[in-house]
Design a protein around this ligand. Structure first.
Ligand code: 8OZ
Length: 363
C-alpha cells in the first residue's frame, strides 16, 4: 500500500520530507512568567521528525492569555526561551512554526493585567468555567473592544510575529480557531458589533484579514498559515450560516497566497459540530482555497493517508498521537504499535506524560 503521508510536500517556501504535522498542543508547561524552557525544548526536539511542527498556542500579549502557564511571545525573556526550542528542533533537522494566539473572552480578570476584564468583539460571556491560578471560576462577561482599540490588537499580532522571527521560527500560524479572539469576531453568535467589524460577513472577517496582512508584512506570505475550525462548537461557538461565513473568509485568504490553511475537521472529539448545519471539512474548502491544506482531528495513519489520497488535503496534523509518540513518523513508517496518551498529564505538570513517552527504539 502506498502511504502518501510519508511522501515529501511543498509548503510555502519549504519542501518537507513528509506530510505528517505535529498539531499545536496546549500543555501548560511554562514555570516562570510564561517563558518557554528547557523541558519544552526537549519535548519539541523529540518530535522533530515531523514534516512540520506547529507550536502550542502562544499569546501575543499579556491580554491574550487565558490559561495558566501557556507560553507568550511578547517579552525578551520569552523570545530567548523560544530560541532553546527552535535551536533544538533545527539541530534535529525539523521545521517549526509558532502559533500566534489571543484568547479574547476565553480568559478571566485573574489572568489579565491589572485584573482587567477580558476583551472581545461584544460583551457576551461564553458558557462554562475557566482554569485560574486559584481553581475553576465561571467565565465573566467580557468588555467589547472599542473601534479605536482594534489597531492595537492588530499591532499585538504584528509584534508577536516579529518576535517569532527573532526567536528563530520557520514561520507562523495565525490561530483563528476554537473560539478564541479571531473566531469570536468571525462568528455571529459572539460578534454583535454594529461598526465595520460586525454585522455582515465581510465585516466579521475583517479583523482576521487585517491581522493576516500585518503578519504577512513581517514574514512574507509563504511562511504564514491560518488555522480555522469551521465546524467546532468548543468555547460556546455558533454561527447562523457557517458555510457562508467560513467560505467567505477562506476565499478572501486566497489573496495572500499563504503557506497553508489548517482546518480542524468536523466532529473531532471535544469540539463537536453544530447539529443544524452541514459539516465543513477539507472537502468543502478544497475548491475554495487556492493553496495547501492541512487537516487535523482524530486521524489515524490509515484515515490520514486516505484524506490525502482523496485529494482533499495535502498534509495531516496529529495531536493526541503526537503527545504519546515522539517518533510518530518512524512508527507509521514501520507499522509499529502506538503508545496511548494519558489525559491526566495533558495540561500542566512536569516531564511525566510530556517528555517520558518512549520511542520505538527505547522500548
Ligand atoms: C485545549 C486546552 C486549552 C487550550 C485550542 C489552544 O483549542 C487551545 C486549547 C486546547 O486551540
Amino acid at each position: 500500500m502506498s502511504a502518501p503521508l510519508l511522501s515529501p510536500v511543498k509548503l510555502g517556501r519549504y519542501t518537507l520530507p513528509n506530510r505528517i504535522v505535529m498539531a499545536p498542543l496546549t500543555r501548560n508547561r511554562t514555570v516562570t512568567d510564561n517563558i518557554p524552557n528547557a523541558l519544552m525544548a526537549l519535548h519539541y526536539e523529540q518530535r522533530a521528525s515531523a514534516g512540520l511542527i506547529v507550536s502550542e498556542a502562544t499569546q501575543v500579549s499579556p491580554q491574550g492569555l487565558g490559561y495558566p502557564n501557556t507560553p507568550g511571545i511578547h517579552s525578551p525573556e520569552q523570545i530567548e526561551g523560544w530560541k532553546l526550542i527552535t535551536n533544538a528542533v533545527h539541530a534535529k533537522g525539523g521545521k517549526i512554526f509558532l502559533q500566534l494566539w489571543h484568547v479574547g473572552r476565553i480568559s478571566h480578570p485573574d489572568l489579565q493585567p491589572n485584573g482587567d476584564l477580558p476583551v472581545a468583539p461584544s460583551a457576551i460571556a461564553p458558557e462554562g468555567e475557566v482554569a485560574t491560578y486559584t481553581g475553576m471560576k465561571p467565565y465573566v462577561t467580557p468588555r467589547a473592544l472599542e473601534l479605536e482599540e482594534i489597531p492595537q490588537i492588530i499591532e499585538q499580532y504584528r509584534i508577536g510575529a516579529k518576535n517569532a522571527l527573532e526567536a528563530g521560527f520557520d514561520g507562523v500560524e495565525i490561530h483563528s480557531a476554537n473560539g478564541y479572539l479571531l473566531d469570536q469576531f468571525l462568528q455571529d453568535n459572539s460578534n454583535h458589533r454594529t461598526d465595520i467589524y460586525g454585522g455582515s460577513v465581510e465585516n466579521r472577517a475583517r479583523l482576521l484579514l487585517e491581522v493576516t496582512e500585518a503578519v504577512v508584512s513581517v514574514w512574507g506570505s509563504d511562511r504564514v498559515g491560518v488555522r480555522l475550525s469551521p465546524s467546532g462548537i468548543f468555547n460556546s461557538m455558533y454561527d447562523s450560516n457557517r458555510a457562508v461565513t467560513f467560505g467567505y473568509a477562506v476565499k478572501e485568504l486566497n489573496r495572500f497566497n499563504l503557506a497553508y490553511l489548517h482546518l480542524v475537521a468536523p466532529r473531532v472529539e471535544g469540539f463537536g459540530s453544530p447539529e443544524d448545519q452541514p459539516d465543513l471539512g477539507a472537502d468543502f474548502f478544497r475548491p475554495i482555497f487556492n493553496g495547501t491544506i492541512i487537516t487535523a482531528g482524530g486521524y489515524t495513519f490509515e484515515t490520514g493517508n486516505a484524506a490525502i489520497a482523496s485529494g482533499n488535503a495535502d498534509l495531516v496534523a496529529f495531536g493526541r498521537l503526537y503527545i504519546a509518540n515522539p517518533d510518530l513518523v518512524e512508527r507509521f513508517a514501520v507499522g509499529a504499535s502506538l503508545n496511548k496518551p494519558d489525559r491526566n498529564t495533558f495540561y500542566g505538570g512536569d516531564e511525566k506524560g510530556y517528555t517520558d513517552y518512549p520511542t520505538l527504539q527505547a522500548s
